[in-house]
Design a protein around this ligand. Structure first.
Ligand code: M7G
Length: 545
């Protein structure tokens, strides 16, 4: 005969489940009775009455025979103890399982998990054991107080009657002990579920992070539009960047509007931003109206207040006050800002310079050498101290390598507005002027790997990309701009400043010293440092020829 567990609903079988089996104790006299009393008492109080009970004969529970066993799943330590004060002096675990529940499915795993959950929750086996010990002790004392009943008298009683009698014998103190033991057991189960809950939450978080990362870094090439849609729906929101909001501009004091462009809906401001309680620093703040967010637009409209500004026949115009559901401004902050920053974002008179090779050597190069415009942000990116999580493609080679990442100007929400910048690892290449034959492998490497990466990760094919270098750049560490052709004339993409990478490569191929010899035209503004150098060199005294 296969040995099975006497506890109702427990389906553990010898040879099938990894559990041990124990006989009902014969001595001390009342121990066996305590086991039976506790098991039946618990079952009758706390389990469903549904399902078959193989211990029933003619409606009565049969006394356990010499062949009946209890499995290790019902003992905290996995086996019974002879110490009357030990928690496992009687079986207490999983006695109240419903008949439909299969303990063998959860038994060994459950005990392991329970132990893990105890540890995870900091309660520990010891603490829990102590609680159980207390409960068992109480149970023991209470049960000892009740007179053991002869098995013969019980045999004649139906289950319900027997349970009633048992309850009246033990109540109220024994029932208190039983309830305490049950509470202890339920606490264990809660701890287990909490542990499972937190484990599932952390798994969920891992998957969400994975999705975020793959959306940022690798939209499917066959579904290039998807990225845009995802972005528009707000999924690709810079949630990582703006997960916590603050009143950054609460103490901003406006000193001057540096530049305003109604067409691009941008404005640059100079003022001070508070840095701590009593200090403030010079700050340049660039504000730009953001594109609409389709996903929140309808909701925004529902909540928008409007004032009619014109009405004619079927036509009307309105000023609308949006409900501010989605961010509607992009703010770039430079703080503390230097005079150069203030100048860079101010309105200035433009002047054309046609820089010859000689002018480069006599005016431009010395000016750059003295330039105090920090490129620390570039070094931070290359050293992975900043923006490392935004890197799109990287080639770590010290000679040919680069980092491609979203430009500060792009909010990464719409691939039509895509704007990335590739920064070379090699130091010392200031600009276009330094490029010669030896740099062709570097330029070709940047071109091919960045375009492939952009196509793969953003779905924008190479023939829809505008790839160029600025001359003059603002920052003299070689970098290449990658913008989507759909981005309508991004700043610096005009003929006065942008040099297409393809043309640069071709020019160098045609003449290895092309950029050392060429005369290059560009616009300077009267606030630029370089403008002052050219002015001091009396460049603007003559005509442009
Ligand atoms: P540039 O041709 O030197 O000058 O380009 P520009 O700023 O006048 O265009 C530098 C590029 O780097 C620009 O497109 C900037 O928007 C971008 N950029 C500048 N900073 C300070 C950062 C930054 O901290 N992070 C990133 N990702 N891009 C920046």
């Amino acid at each position: 005969m296969v040995t099975s567990c006497w506890v109702k609903g427990c389906k553990n079988r010898a040879g099938v489940n990894k559990v041990s089996f124990f006989r009902f104790p014969r001595r001390p006299e009342n121990k066996r009775q305590m086991w039976i009393d506790h098991i039946i008492g618990q079952e009758s109080r706390l389990t469903s009455s549904e399902g078959s009970d193989r211990r029933l004969r003619l409606g009565k529970i049969q006394e356990p025979s010499n062949h009946d066993r209890i499995c290790s799943d019902h003992f905290i330590t996995g086996k019974p103890s002879n110490d009357p004060l030990h928690v496992d002096y009687i079986p207490t675990l999983k006695i109240s399982l419903s008949t439909t529940e299969a303990p063998n499915k959860i038994s060994s795993v459950s005990r392991k998990k329970q132990r893990q959950s105890d540890l995870a929750l900091g309660s520990g086996d010891h603490h829990e054991g102590e609680k159980r010990k207390e409960a068992a002790k109480a149970l023991l004392i209470m049960t000892k107080m009740s007179t053991p009943r002869s098995s013969s008298s019980r045999k004649t009683n139906p289950q319900s009657k027997w349970c009633k009698q048992k309850a009246s014998q033990t109540a109220p103190d024994a029932s208190f002990a039983l309830a305490t033991a049950k509470i202890s057991h339920l606490e264990k189960e809660i701890a287990l579920l909490q542990n499972v809950n937190s484990h599932l939450r952390s798994q969920k978080q891992t998957f969400e992070d994975e999705i975020k990362r793959s959306r940022k870094m690798a939209p499917t090439p066959e579904d290039p539009k998807k990225r845009k849609i995802d972005n528009e729906s707000g999924d690709m929101k810079l949630s990582d960047d703006c997960s916590s909001s603050s009143l950054l501009f609460k103490d901003f004091t406006l000193k001057r509007v540096l530049r305003e462009d109604p067409r691009s809906k941008t404005i640059s401001l100079h003022g001070t931003l508070s840095k701590g309680e009593h200090t403030s620093a010079s700050a340049v703040v660039l504000l730009e109206r953001k594109p609409f967010e389709v996903s929140t637009l309808e909701d925004s409209l529902h909540k928008a207040r409007t004032t009619e500004t014109l009405s004619n026949d079927i036509y009307s115009t309105h000023d609308a006050f949006s409900a501010g559901i989605s961010p509607d401004l992009k703010a770039t902050v430079i703080c503390p800002a230097t005079e150069k920053h203030i100048s860079k974002y101010s309105e200035h008179e433009p002047f054309l310079v046609r820089e010859t090779s000689d002018l480069y050597k006599s005016v431009t190069e010395p000016c750059i050498a003295q330039s105090k415009f920090s490129i620390q942000w570039v070094y931070n990116i290359l050293a992975k101290k900043s923006e490392s999580e935004r890197i799109v493609v990287e080639d770590p080679d010290p000679e040919l390598g680069f980092v491609l990442l979203p430009d500060m100007k792009w909010d990464r929400k719409n691939s039509d507005q895509l704007y990335l910048v590739a920064i070379v690892h090699k130091h010392g290449i200031k600009s276009l002027r330094d490029l010669n034959m030896q740099h062709l492998p570097l330029l070709e490497n940047i071109r091919s790997k960045c375009l492939a990466g952009i196509k793969e990760q953003f779905g924008v094919p190479p023939h829809q990309m505008r790839v160029y270098l600025h001359y003059q750049p603002s920052y003299y560490h070689l970098h290449v701009h990658f913008t989507n052709l759909k981005l309508d004339s991004p700043p610096g993409s005009d003929i006065m400043r942008a040099h297409l990478l393809d043309d640069v490569i071709d020019n160098i191929k045609g003449d290895p010293q092309f950029y050392q010899k060429a005369t290059i035209s560009y616009v300077l503004r009267d606030g630029d440092e370089l403008y002052k150098w050219y002015k001091d060199a009396n460049y603007f005294e003559g005509d442009c020829s």
